[in-house]
Design a protein around this ligand. Structure first.
Ligand code: PBG
Length: 328
């Protein structure tokens, strides 16, 4: 029915009408807040390329986590920065490793907050790659055991869910099997299934000191040009036992999010990564765009594409705005 019978503007006239027919919601329950933890006490070191984000010692991390939980944020995603790096990333799976300490401290003080952990070696290896390096190459199969050990050590420390982010083949099956054997058949896995080799991880690598010391991550992370391959990656992870599948980054890959949701109907997480955060923050600071509105538009866009969960450094900012009744 063409104009003048049909006038789409009729339903845009007032905020109440607009909210009545809004198709997509963003709720605080959809958000996961990533946090970085370092050794020491009383450390709250700002990350220059991620304004508002910090490297936190465990005592400060607990405060931050409490703050997030108080705002209704259901989950944090923990990343550790070790004291020392070595070729096999030993601190990643050490019982007294930094993340293991952080998990225990958060679960002791805020038992109701979900603790999810990133399972990877790159912050912990001296070469900065996500796997074991032999003859100048990142080796797949020798890495699986270390990833599985890392995941088990996180769950032993109290993690509610593990999130393997390394992109080795077969790692979801390896983690699943190791968790089951260790007596944790009920601990879920959120797999970074379609993780692209992205320039948008730049600020994170500054924060986590995890830039590869040689080469890049293109032999294991995906080519940004490929979407069908993402479907194959997701299918493998689902077969191997992933409970939640993830697409990462989010904004340049909204089509991939939509396809994964449509084809698999699995719970889908999208990771709006450090570079997406940095772009909006930087433009906001320069006065080139309205930071709050850009943030909400990005987050609701990721939800509209099909993500059930959004991992975002904006979690607290968005929670604050939603609390005030702000809409996207
Ligand atoms: C570890 C990991 C990375 C991110 C999450 N887990 C870095 C990478 O793969 O280089 C990036 C997160 C972000 O940019 O916010 N493998």
């Amino acid at each position: 029915m063409p104009y003048p019978v049909f006038r789409p503007r009729r339903l845009r006239e007032s905020p109440l009408l607009r909210s009545l027919i809004r198709e997509t919601t963003l709720r605080v329950d959809d958000l996961i807040y990533p946090l970085f933890t370092v050794h020491g006490r009383g450390v709250r070191e700002p990350i220059p390329s991620m304004p508002g984000q910090y490297r936190l010692s465990v005592d400060e991390l607990v405060k931050e986590a409490k703050d997030a939980a108080g705002m209704g944020i259901p989950a944090v995603l923990l990343f550790g920065i070790p004291k020392e790096k070595d070729p096999r990333g030993s601190e990643a799976y050490a019982e007294a490793g930094i993340v293991q300490q952080a998990i225990r401290a958060v679960k002791d003080t805020i038992p109701d907050l979900l603790v999810i952990t990133d399972v990877c070696l790159c912050q912990y290896t001296s070469h900065g790659h996500c796997g074991v390096v032999e003859d100048g190459r990142v080796k797949n199969d020798p890495t699986l055991d270390l990833l599985a050990r890392t995941a088990v050590s996180h769950v032993e420390a109290g993690a509610d869910m593990v999130a393997p982010s390394d992109m080795m083949d077969g790692r979801v099956a390896a983690v699943r099997e190791a968790l089951d054997e260790a007596g944790f058949p009920e601990s879920p896995i959120m797999a970074y299934s379609a993780k692209y080799a992205s320039s948008f991880y730049g600020p994170f690598r500054d924060a986590a000191e995890s830039t590869p010391q040689f080469g890049d991550r293109r032999s294991y992370q995906m080519d940004p040009a490929n979407a069908m391959e993402a479907m194959r990656e997701v299918a493998l992870d689902v077969d191997e036992g992933a409970d939640i599948v993830m697409v990462k980054p989010a904004l340049p890959y909204l089509d991939v999010i939509a396809r994964v949701k449509g084809e698999f109907g699995m719970p889908v997480a999208a990771y709006s990564v450090s570079g997406e955060y940095a772009m909006i923050k930087a433009a906001g600071r320069l006065g080139w765009l309205d930071e709050e509105r850009a943030m909400m538009e990005a987050l609701v866009g990721i939800r509209r594409a099909g993500a059930d969960l959004v991992i975002t450094y904006f979690a607290k900012d968005a929670a604050r705005l939603l609390e005030r009744g702000g809409t996207p």
